[in-house]
Design a protein around this ligand. Structure first.
Ligand code: ADP
Ligand code: MG
Length: 263
């Protein structure tokens, strides 16, 4: 881990108990396939929630419905001050408002290949937030420094390692000032060593008080960094609780089987 990664992030509030994200009876079906029958979930400000579970259990669908990358089928979604009842008031304007508070980092880094690293981080700020180029660049440089990549500003993403690209993707999401960061298996496309530098940045972010929902197969991250864990199987939450209790000592047979397989 480089020294720069150890530097502190500008600290936001630690967990205050105030609910920042809630899903009430959220469901998702694809045709006849009910992928998420009914999900209830709550995340407090400053909390780090890990979502774990076997492949195909609906983890990505949950995250994608939460920020309306996928249209949910029913339920009520609340993020900060925005509440949306699916199918009732999910017009474009409300969805945009919902997304304003959500930053998303995917398994594949999704950087723009034809733009410099710096441009990748400034352009969304100019487009989405209407920031001036100068202000966007200041923010971008500050964030690049925080993820330990100040020297990569003028490079193209293809010249960066997978771990660096994912840290750039994190900086890009943070540049829009989200209240909650969503991660969907951010390290699963990376060699273990490169995964570690990304997990280091995520841990820093968690320590700074950022509210995070992290879909991950990294059990040491889930156990040591997340506060709460949700175990999913077949579209349902089969177990949840404090990570330090649930991960070493799951109560359901299905969760035990999954955790034995990944540990
Ligand atoms: P996970 O992220 O836990 O591996 P996913 O959320 O990707 O699981 O998938 C959950 C289920 O939803 C799977 O059965 C998958 O086949 C199905 N699914 C996901 N996306 C689609 C889609 N676009 N169309 C139809 N079925 C889908
Ligand atoms: Mg997935």
């Amino acid at each position: 881990m480089t020294k720069t990664l150890i530097k502190t992030w500008s600290s936001t509030v630690a967990s205050s108990g105030k609910t920042l994200v809630s899903l009430q009876r959220m469901s998702k079906r694809y045709g006849d396939h009910l992928v998420l029958p009914q999900i209830d979930l709550r995340v407090s400000e400053g909390e780090v929630l890990a979502i774990i579970g076997p492949s195909g259990s609906g983890k990505s669908t949950l995250l994608r419905c939460l920020n309306y990358i996928e249209q949910p089928s029913s339920g009520v979604i609340t993020v900060a001050d925005t509440q949306i009842e699916v199918g009732k008031d999910d017009n474009k304007r409300r969805v945009r408002e919902l997304r304003r508070n959500l930053g998303m980092v995917f398994q594949s880094f999704n950087l723009f290949p034809h733009m410099s690293v710096l441009r990748n981080i400034t352009l969304p700020q100019v487009r989405v937030l209407g920031r001036s180029e100068k202000e966007a660049e200041d923010v971008a440089r500050r964030l690049l420094e925080r993820v330990g990549l100040a020297d990569k500003a003028s490079q193209y993403p293809s010249r960066c390692s997978g771990g660096q690209q994912q840290r750039i993707a994190i900086a890009r999401a943070l540049a829009l000032g989200p209240k909650v960061m969503l991660f969907d298996e951010p390290t699963s496309a990376l060699d273990p060593e490169l995964g570690l530098e990304v997990l280091g940045v995520m841990r820093e972010l968690a320590d700074s008080g950022m509210t995070m929902i992290v879909v991950t197969h990294e059990m040491s991250f889930a156990k040591n960094v997340s506060d709460h864990v949700v175990v999913m199987a077949d579209g349902a939450i089969i177990e949840e609780g404090p990570s330090r209790e649930v991960i070493p000592n799951p109560q359901t047979e299905r969760a035990r089987r999954f955790l034995r397989a990944v540990n």
